[in-house]
Design a protein around this ligand. Structure first.
Ligand code: SAM
Length: 333
């Protein structure tokens, strides 16, 4: 298929097929697709880059995802839980610094029952005018409903891979079917729903990445995090090479074309692999960036994948990011 034919198929309102998406991912010269994605981003999201704060409040996890440093089998990791009071205070500092969204993320940690987490969300909403995104894994529908009731607006639960066999190999504790069911429940409950997936999982192909993109569309995602897999030395996937940043950016661009209104972060993982290239991510369709506000003493313990994390300075780091975004001719929000 010629590049021109592919572009025509991508630009049509109908959802492109798996074959078209896989062929687009493999293009020798992807520039025309980036240009299309950037155009759609400008039309639908304007020039604004949405800066969101993420607070990683517990690294306890009952699951054993084979790629993740937090997996329950990792005995080398010191575990922590942030006391609710400290969580509420940290979110307050983020709100004071200008953040309008806080992402509360943790491993699947049953200590934070829907009641406890709900109470924390209620207090955050009483204190500050800040949207709350929860990212705490799979829960029964009633628990999601309780979190919604307490004031959570959004939920982030990546489907990780849309290939059921690959999903089974990587997740001894869950199924793709249940993960997708959770996403559909969240959508039904009225959450702004975020999914996403990793690039570079062992056994993944361009066709399965096309399936990942089509699943985002099927769910009707309001948000999608697409980032490279990065090997963690204390996991079974320690020797698998990290995912390609170029392929990630291509997937982000195609997600923008499939879901013009979707909020697409330049994912943290992408920033870690190749900080210098992060600007390119904005020009290929991304419109969101996340910054950690996790207090320094917990930050190093939230090691999903190895990363050089410095100290947290909530105000200074937000200002720095705002300046970087303005320097790119974009408007920080
Ligand atoms: N427990 C919640 C959940 O399951 O959605 C949120 C925490 S989980 C650690 C957040 C995300 O980290 C996952 O959705 C996964 O995509 C990502 N992640 C875990 N290990 C990773 C790795 N080695 N490389 C890149 N991303 C990873």
């Amino acid at each position: 298929m010629t590049t021109e034919r592919l572009l025509n198929l991508l630009a049509r309102p109908e959802t492109p097929s798996r074959e078209v998406l896989a062929a687009a991912l493999a293009l020798e010269d992807f520039r025309p697709v980036y240009e299309l994605a950037d155009h759609i981003r400008r039309e639908h999201k304007g020039n604004v880059v949405d800066i969101r704060a993420i607070l990683e409040f517990s690294n306890h996890c009952r699951r054993r995802c084979r790629y993740c440093g937090l997996n329950a089998a990792n005995r080398n990791l010191g575990r922590f839980r942030m006391p609710p009071e400290e969580m509420v205070e940290t979110v307050h500092q983020a709100a004071q610094a200008g953040y309008r969204t806080i992402v509360l993320q943790s491993g699947e940690d049953p200590w934070y029952t829907p009641e406890r987490l709900g109470e924390i969300i209620r207090r955050i909403r009483q204190n500050d005018d800040i949207a709350v995104t929860v990212s705490c894994g799979e829960m029964p529908e009633d628990d999601y409903a309780a979190l919604k009731e307490s004031g959570a607006d959004r939920y982030l639960l990546k489907h990780e891979t849309a290939d059921p066999e690959l999903y089974d190999r990587l997740h001894p504790c869950g199924t793709l079917k249940n993960r997708v069911e959770c996403l559909k429940n969240l959508k039904k409950l009225g959450f702004e729903t975020g999914s996403g997936f990793m690039i570079g999982l062992p056994g993944q192909t361009l066709a399965t990445i096309a399936d990942d993109l089509l699943l985002l569309k099927e769910i009707g995602c309001d948000m999608a995090g697409i980032g490279p897999f990065i090997p963690h030395p204390d996991t079974e996937l320690r020797d698998v090479p990290e995912g390609s940043t170029e392929l990630c950016k291509r997937a982000v661009a195609l997600a923008r074309i499939l879901l013009p209104e979707c909020n697409l972060p330049a994912t943290t993982a992408l920033g870690v692999v190749n900080n210098g290239e992060k600007n390119d991510v904005f020009s290929c369709g991304a419109n969101v960036v996340m910054r950690k506000v996790t207090p320094t003493r917990y930050k190093a313990l939230y090691e999903i994948y190895p990363a050089k994390l410095g100290e947290t300075h909530i105000v200074a780091q937000r200002r720095e990011l705002e300046e970087q975004i303005r320097a790119l001719g974009r408007e920080p929000l």
